[in-house]
Design a protein. Structure first.
Length: 160
């Protein structure tokens, strides 16, 4: 099965963008600590762009958050932060300036497997929704996280 692409229909796009609107009107805390609003710079336009991503882990030593790129290397936000890693991210009502740092393929695989172990049903549902087949084992999630081209790379959002 090939991973699906970003939402193309107007209804799906609106549903995917709804959390951004909640953050914009000051209701980001309704989304809890599992979603983060990331503001990054477009690589072509140079203008600020926003995306809401699920937090798949935390880095206690840096105070950072870990997010996954479900559409892999094709993800526009991932391509943007690769070119310009300076970002602003918001969880609830707290806003942080910082850096987006893609993890190594091995570390991405390990972190995705940890997320799947902690939230097995959510991880399986998310992988199905974006078109990835995973056998449900830790090794399967590790392979998926380590595959840079067609997998699910993990990015650390680290505050300054």
């Amino acid at each position: 099965m090939t991973p699906s692409g970003p939402p193309r229909t107007p209804l799906r796009r609106a549903l995917f963008r709804a959390p951004i609107l909640l953050y914009r009107v000051g209701l980001g805390r309704l989304l809890g600590r599992r979603l983060v609003l990331v503001t990054h710079i477009g690589r072509v336009s140079g203008r600020p762009r926003q995306v809401v991503l699920e937090v798949v882990g935390r880095e206690p030593e840096t105070g950072g958050l870990l997010v996954a790129s479900g559409y892999g290397a094709r993800s526009q936000w991932l391509r943007n932060i690769t070119r310009e890693p300076r970002i602003r991210f918001q969880v609830g009502h707290r806003v942080h300036e910082g850096w987006a740092v893609p993890l190594s393929p091995e570390e991405s695989g390990r972190r995705l497997a940890e997320y799947a172990r902690a939230r097995p049903r959510t991880a399986a549902a998310l992988m199905r929704a974006i078109g990835h087949e995973v056998d449900g084992t830790a090794a399967g999630y590790e392979r998926l996280g380590a595959d840079r081209e067609h997998g699910v790379p993990i990015v650390a959002l680290r505050p300054r």
